[in-house]
Design a protein around this ligand. Structure first.
Ligand code: NAD
Length: 481
C-alpha cells in the first residue's frame, strides 16, 4: 500500500491536482501521521464531474452498455478488490481505528460481495416493460440510469459505505464522483487502482478526497443528477435543503440511537450470546450508525442486565487497531474523543449511574482511546439517551412491560436500527414489528446485501442495498407507442 499519493484518479487517469493542498491522515492508535494525499478542491471536483458527465453522455458510453457487459466489468472490479484485501483492511484500520479483525470481516469481502450482488441484479432486472395501453396502443415503461451521481461518505466504514453507492450506480448505468472523508482517504486510492486494473471505463468512477467545501460544491454542482450521502444528521439536513431547492433526487443515510430491547425471557449467558450482544452494541469502537446503544431492560431483570453489560464492557480488549486481539480500538480523532468525553460528563451531570469506564484506559498514553462505558438509571428523555454519541458508550434503561418498551424504543428522533433479545424468536419478531425503524434484528444484527437498509425520521431518507437500492439510481420514462 502506498501511503503517499500525488495525483487524483479522475476520468480514468491519474491527474495532477489543481492545488498543492494535502490531506495528511493520522493513525488514531498512535497519533502519528500516516502519509499524504492531494486534497481535492472545487476545481478538481469540476474536472471530476465533467469526466463523469462525458462518460455518461457519450454515445455508446457506459449508460448505453448492455447490463450484461456492465456486470462483467463489476465482477472483474470485485476480483481486483479481493486481490487487494490486505492493503484495504490495513489502510482502513490504521486511519479510523477500526479493529483489524472487524476490518477483515466488514471492510473487505463484504464490499466485493455487494458489487457481485448488484452485477447479478443488473443481469436479472427488467429495465424495460411493454404494457398494453388502456386507451389503445402500448406503453414502453423504461428504467433508465439516473445520470451522474455525487456520492459522499464518512470515515467509519469507508469501503462498505462507498460500495453501497458505487455498486447499484454502476449496475444502473450511472457514473460516479465519490468524495471520501478526509479522515479515511488512503483506502480510496487502492479502490481506484482496482477499478483501473479491472478496466472500469474512464470517467465511470472518479475520486475527490476532500472536506466539507468540496462536498458542498459537489452536491450543488449543476451537472450532477443524483446525490447519495452517508454521514451525520446535521450534514444530511443541509444537503437535503440544497437538493430540495434544486429538485435533485437524494438518498440520506444518517445517524442513529437504536434500542436494544431485552425481553423478560432473554437468555443472557455471556458464553451463548455475549459475542452477538457485543457486535450489536460496540462494533467499531461504538462508531457505527446502527448500534443498539439504548438498552431497554425489564424491571424484573434490570440489575442482571446492567451487570451483564458492565461485565461485557470490562471484558473487551482495548488496544492498537492493528493488533488482532483488539476489540475496542481508538476513536477516530482527538476531537471525536473530546466529544464523547463531553457526553460522559453530561451523563454524570444528568444523574445517570456510571457502572464501568468513563475515562481513558491505563497504558494507552498515545492515541485517542476511551474505556468502554456503561451508564445505568438513564432517563429516556436525557441527552445521554437521545443523542448519538458515536463512541463505546451504552445506557441501560428500565421498562415496565412490553408496551412500555416499545413506547421507549419509539420515543427517539432517530429510527435506523435496533434489536430484540429473547428465547422466543416469534415473540421477538412480533415486538420488532412494532418498532419504528428502517431495520431491526432478533438476537442478531447485520445488514444483509439483499435487504434494503436505511432509516426513518432523523436517520434519513431512502434505502440502500437490495433491489430497492438499485431503484434509487434509476428514473422512469413512459414511451407511448
Ligand atoms: P459528517 O456528516 O461530518 O461527514 C460525512 C461526510 O460528509 C464527509 O465526507 C464530510 O466531508 C461530508 N460533508 C459534511 N458536511 C457536508 C456538506 N454540508 N455538504 C457535503 N458534504 C458534507 O459525518 P462523520 O462524522 O464523518 O460520520 C459520522 C456520522 O455518519 C454519524 O452521525 C453516523 O451515524 C453517520 N453514519 C450513518 C450511516 C447510515 O448508514 N445511516 C452509516 C455510517 C455513518
Amino acid at each position: 500500500m502506498h501511503l503517499r499519493h500525488e495525483r487524483l484518479y479522475i476520468g480514468g487517469a491519474w491527474r495532477r491536482p489543481a492545488t498543492d493542498r494535502l490531506i495528511t491522515p493520522v493513525n488514531p492508535s498512535t497519533g502519528e501521521p500516516l502519509g499524504s494525499v492531494p486534497e481535492a478542491v472545487e476545481e478538481d471536483v469540476d474536472t471530476a464531474v465533467r469526466a463523469a458527465r462525458e462518460a455518461f453522455d457519450a454515445p455508446g458510453g457506459w449508460a448505453a452498455w448492455e447490463p450484461e457487459q456492465r456486470a462483467e466489468v463489476m465482477e472483474r472490479f470485485a476480483d481486483e478488490l479481493d486481490a487487494r484485501a490486505e492493503d484495504i483492511a490495513t489502510a482502513v484500520s490504521s486511519q479510523n481505528g477500526m479493529p483489524i479483525s472487524i476490518a477483515k470481516q466488514l471492510e473487505v469481502g463484504y464490499p466485493s460481495a455487494v458489487l457481485r450482488y448488484y452485477a447479478g441484479l443488473a443481469r436479472t432486472t427488467r429495465f424495460t416493460e411493454i404494457r398494453a395501453g388502456l386507451l389503445g396502443g402500448s406503453v414502453e415503461v423504461r428504467k433508465v440510469p439516473a445520470g451522474v451521481v455525487a456520492a459522499i461518505v464518512p470515515w467509519n466504514y469507508p469501503q462498505v459505505l462507498s460500495m453501497f453507492k458505487i455498486a447499484p450506480a454502476m449496475a444502473a448505468g450511472c457514473t460516479v464522483v465519490l468524495k471520501p472523508s478526509p479522515e479515511a482517504v488512503l483506502d480510496s486510492f487502492v479502490v481506484a487502482e482496482a477499478a483501473e486494473a479491472a478496466g472500469v471505463p474512464a470517467g465511470v468512477l472518479n475520486f475527490v478526497p476532500g472536506g466539507r467545501e468540496a462536498g458542498a460544491h459537489l452536491v450543488s454542482h449543476p451537472q450532477v443528477d443524483k446525490v447519495a450521502f452517508t454521514g451525520s444528521t446535521p450534514a444530511g439536513r443541509a444537503i437535503a435543503e440544497v437538493c430540495g431547492r434544486l429538485l435533485r433526487p437524494v438518498t440520506l443515510e444518517l445517524g442513529g440511537k437504536s434500542a436494544g430491547i431485552v425481553l423478560d425471557d432473554a437468555v443472557l449467558d455471556p458464553a451463548a450470546v455475549g459475542e452477538d450482544l457485543v457486535r450489536a452494541t460496540f462494533t467499531n469502537n461504538g462508531q457505527t450508525c446502527f448500534l443498539s446503544t439504548r438498552i431497554l431492560a425489564p424491571r424484573s431483570r434490570y440489575a442482571e442486565v446492567v451487570d451483564l453489560f458492565t461485565s461485557l464492557a470490562r471484558s473487551l480488549p482495548v488496544g492498537d487497531a492493528l493488533d488482532e486481539r483488539t476489540l475496542i480500538g481508538p476513536l477516530v480523532t482527538a476531537a471525536q474523543r473530546e466529544r464523547v468525553e463531553g457526553y460522559i460528563a453530561k451523563g454524570r451531570a444528568e444523574g445517570a449511574r456510571l457502572t464501568t469506564g468513563g475515562g481513558r484506559p491505563a497504558g494507552h498514553d498515545r492515541g485517542w482511546f476511551i474505556e468502554p462505558t456503561v451508564f445505568a438509571d438513564v432517563d429516556n428523555r436525557s441527552v445521554l439517551a437521545q443523542e448519538e454519541i458515536f463512541g463505546p458508550v451504552l445506557c441501560v434503561l428500565p421498562y415496565d412491560d412490553v408496551d412500555d418498551a416499545v413506547r421507549l424504543a419509539n420515543d427517539s428522533d432517530f429510527g435506523l436500527g435496533g434489536t430484540v433479545w429473547t428465547a422466543d424468536p416469534e415473540r421477538g419478531a412480533a415486538v420488532a414489528r412494532r418498532v419504528h425503524t428502517g431495520t431491526i434484528g432478533v438476537n442478531r444484527y447485520l445488514p444483509d446485501p439483499i435487504a434494503p437498509f436505511g432509516g426513518v425520521k432523523g436517520s434519513g431518507l431512502g434505502r440502500e442495498l437490495g433491489p430497492e437500492g438499485l431503484q434509487a439510481y434509476l428514473r422512469t420514462q413512459s414511451l407511448y407507442c
